[in-house]
Structure formats: C-alpha cells, structure tokens
Design a protein around this ligand. Structure first.
Ligand code: CTP
Length: 399
C-alpha cells in the first residue's frame, strides 16, 4: 500500500474539461491507500457523471447541499470533519473567485467555508482567464488565506490555445498530496544535488558518457522537497520529469555541472552528489563531425574533469556533503578510502550492476565508523529513509 494509507481526502470537482482527468486522479489516490469522498458542482456533472466517480471511489458522490442521506442533514459539515485534506481539481476561475470571496452557494463552496482542513486547489482554465487581473487577484487572496495552489501547468489547451492554465497531470497532483503528508523536518534548509550522467562531446554528434538513469538522484530530490527543504537539482541528461516543487538546472558536461554547483554551493546547507560524472572529457573534441575518411579511428586526447564533490567538500563554510559510489564490488576498505579521498562525512555505496536503471536499490552507509547496510527497496522509499538519515547526521554536525 502507498503513502496515503489512512488518509481521508475530500476531492472537489468543478466544471471544466479537465474533469475527465479527475477520474484518473481518484484511481491514483486510491492506489496510494487514500479514502476519497468526491464532491461535484452542477457544472462538473455536465462533463462527467457522478456514477464514474462513485464506481472509482467505491463511495457515494455528493453533489447537493441539501443531500439528506446523512441523518443530521449536514453533509457540508460531516464531509470535512473526517477529512485530512480538501483537494479541488479542477478548480475553475469561477470556483476560485467564490472561494476568494467566501461565497457559499453550493455544496463544494459551503464545505470549504466550513472546513478547517488544509485546502489544495489545481486551477484549470483557458490562458486568458488565468491571466485576467481578477483571477490573479483571487489567486493571491487564496494564497494569503493559506490555500496551496498546485500549478497550473503550461501547454496546449482544450480551446486550441497554448499557455498557462492547464490542470497539472494526475500523477503530479498525487505527488503534491503525498508530499503534503510527509513530515516537514527539513523546512528552512536548502539542499543541492547532482544527478544523472554527464555527456562529454567528441564532436557535435558523438559523446562519451556514463551509464546513469538519474532515478536515485531524482528520488532523493523529491524526498528532500517532501521533507520541506528548498531543493536545487543540477542534472545531466535524463528522460525523467523534474519532481514537482524542485528547481532543476539542466547541464550536459561535467564542467557545466561543476559551474552550476559552485554557483549554488555557498548558499546550500546540504550537498548530495549522486551524478555519475565523467572523469575525463575529450581535450581535442572536434567542432565538425568526424568522418571515417581513411578507415582509422580518431585519436582522442583526454583531459581530467573537475571533481565536483571534492571541490564542494573543500570549501570553507561549505555545505555538509554526501557522496555516492556505484562500484562493481563492494569492498568496505575501498569505500572508506574513497570517502576519505573525497573528504566527506558520509558516502553511500551500492553495487552498480544491481541498481543501474532499476527502480529498486540496495544501499550501504559508509562513515568514520565503517560500512553498514541500510536495506533494499523502491528508490523513493529508500530515498526517504536516506534523507531522514542525512538530516539526522546534519543536525548532529550542527549541534
Ligand atoms: N564525483 C564528482 N565529480 C567527479 C567525479 C565524481 O562530483 N568528477 C562524485 C560523484 O557524484 C559521487 C562521488 O564523487 O558522489 C564518487 O564518484 P565515483 O565516480 O565513484 O568516484 P571517482 O572519484 O570518480 O573514483 P573512481 O571512478 O576512480 O572510482
């Protein structure tokens, strides 16, 4: 079961075409273990029928303020009393205007007014409606009132236009809900990470690179964000979406990664180097595509790339540093030697052939007391465990 076990969510659905995505959202929330009570406005019922949401949630769907199924006839009070969170997705411009004004003219707006539970809304509307001064005023009023605004995303819209106003995708909304329920132990801290491979050009069409999917680094970035930290992820090329709430800086080469990290290191509290950085770059890279003219392979010359982790660890007043080592054999002495060479208090060692490209990982912690196994699991689960271990050690170091 997922992260939302025992969590009770009231999902409000207002009338926009993005309603069809809310069906998938319900399914995903339930997959994570949540109990979902769906409340729909009249307009939402014109897009998708309550039957769809009843079938997906396995619970009655509420559409009417005067619903008399509850013995006390106060469905607008009962629903949020049991809830841990109210999520409205999609939230139309009209619904946001009503919430900002405290209007209560249907079940959804009335229960929001009567609720003391956290409220998240996922706006969805045409880009002109989103940019309208009145909508922007309402957004800022809602933020001031403590409402968490999720998105909106940018892209092609149902109206045929392109711009801001798309509802975030269901998986992004679920990520935000999961993040909401994680303990915010790292609030106020700034975490900098590297992830993925670097690509060192041989010529404009060829590169030398390291094998790395970036999954572990991205999972750690997500875990740090969920724990309330401000997260900057300097990433080499990966096919992964940026975890919601994380600032990603995309780079290609080790030198670019080094430069981006150095720009942010002095303002970071913790630095976690997960990237598989290419140790060498091609010193005589060609600006033109190399041709197989005489059947001879090109003679490549190499230069040594900067050691990003070592440079950050060597900074006066730099962040607290964590390194990674993916090895083909796990030798505690070699791992310890690498940790000392990098001058970091903590090194995370794993077996490259076991973890590369995989969704699961097995990690070992290497510190000045030796090497200890931390277990096997899905990369996000292990990342969360590891992030709380990193935070614990960071706090001890600060004390
Ligand atoms: N690292 C780095 N910059 C480099 C090389 C490595 O920041 N130029 C970081 C990695 O992100 C990782 C740690 O250093 O956190 C160890 O990387 P690894 O490749 O295992 O170590 P190397 O120093 O390159 O040693 P070797 O490849 O010889 O094992």
């Amino acid at each position: 079961m997922g992260d939302l076990l025992d969590k009770h969510i009231v999902l409000g659905i207002s009338g926009g075409i993005a309603c069809y995505k809310s069906a998938d959202l319900v399914r995903r929330l339930i997959e994570q273990g949540a109990t979902v009570d769906v409340v729909m406005t009249d307009s939402a019922c014109k897009f998708v029928t309550p039957v769809t949401f009843q079938a997906l949630s396995g619970r009655p769907v509420y559409t009417d303020l005067w619903d008399n199924r509850a013995p006390n006839n106060m469905v607008h009070i009962n629903l949020t009393r049991q809830a841990d969170l109210v999520l409205i997705a999609p939230a139309t411009a009209n619904l946001m205007a009503k919430l900002a004004q405290g209007l209560a003219d249907d079940l959804l707006t009335t229960l929001c007014l009567a609720s003391t539970k956290p409220l998240m809304i996922a706006p969805a509307m045409n880009r002109e409606m989103w940019q309208a001064p009145s909508t922007q005023r309402n957004v800022s009023q809602l933020r001031t009132d403590g409402v968490q605004i999720l998105g909106p995303g940018t892209g092609e819209q149902a109206c045929g236009e392109t711009g801001d106003g798309r509802m975030l995708e269901p998986h992004e909304l679920v990520a935000a809900v999961r993040a909401h329920f994680q303990p915010k132990t790292m609030k106020g801290l700034s975490v900098l990470l590297t992830a993925g491979p670097t690509c060192e050009p041989i010529d404009p069409v060829r590169v030398i690179t390291n094998r790395s999917s970036g999954k572990t680094g991205y999972a750690l970035a997500q875990a740090a964000h969920e724990a309330g930290a401000q997260v900057t992820l300097v990433s080499g090329p990966t096919g992964l979406p940026c975890p919601p709430g994380v600032t990603r800086i995309s780079v290609q080469t080790a030198q670019q990664m080094h430069q981006a990290v150095m720009q942010h290191a002095s303002t970071s509290d913790i630095f976690i180097a997960v990237a598989a950085v290419a140790d060498w770059r091609v010193a005589n890279a060609s600006t033109e595509k190399l041709k197989k003219t005489d059947g001879q392979p090109p003679k490549l010359e190499f230069a040594i790339n900067p050691d990003i982790l070592k440079d950050v660890a060597g900074m006066a007043n730099g962040p607290w540093c964590v390194g990674f080592a993916a090895e083909t054999t796990l030798d505690p002495e070699q791992a310890q030697a690498k940790r000392q060479r990098k001058a970091v208090p903590l090194l995370i060692a794993n077996l490259a052939q076991q973890v590369m490209d995989a969704d699961h990982t097995t990690i070992h912690l290497v510190d000045d007391t030796g090497m200890t196994a931390m277990g096997t699991g899905h990369k996000l689960d292990i990342a969360r465990k590891l992030m709380s271990e990193i935070y614990k050690r960071y706090r001890q170091h600060q004390a």
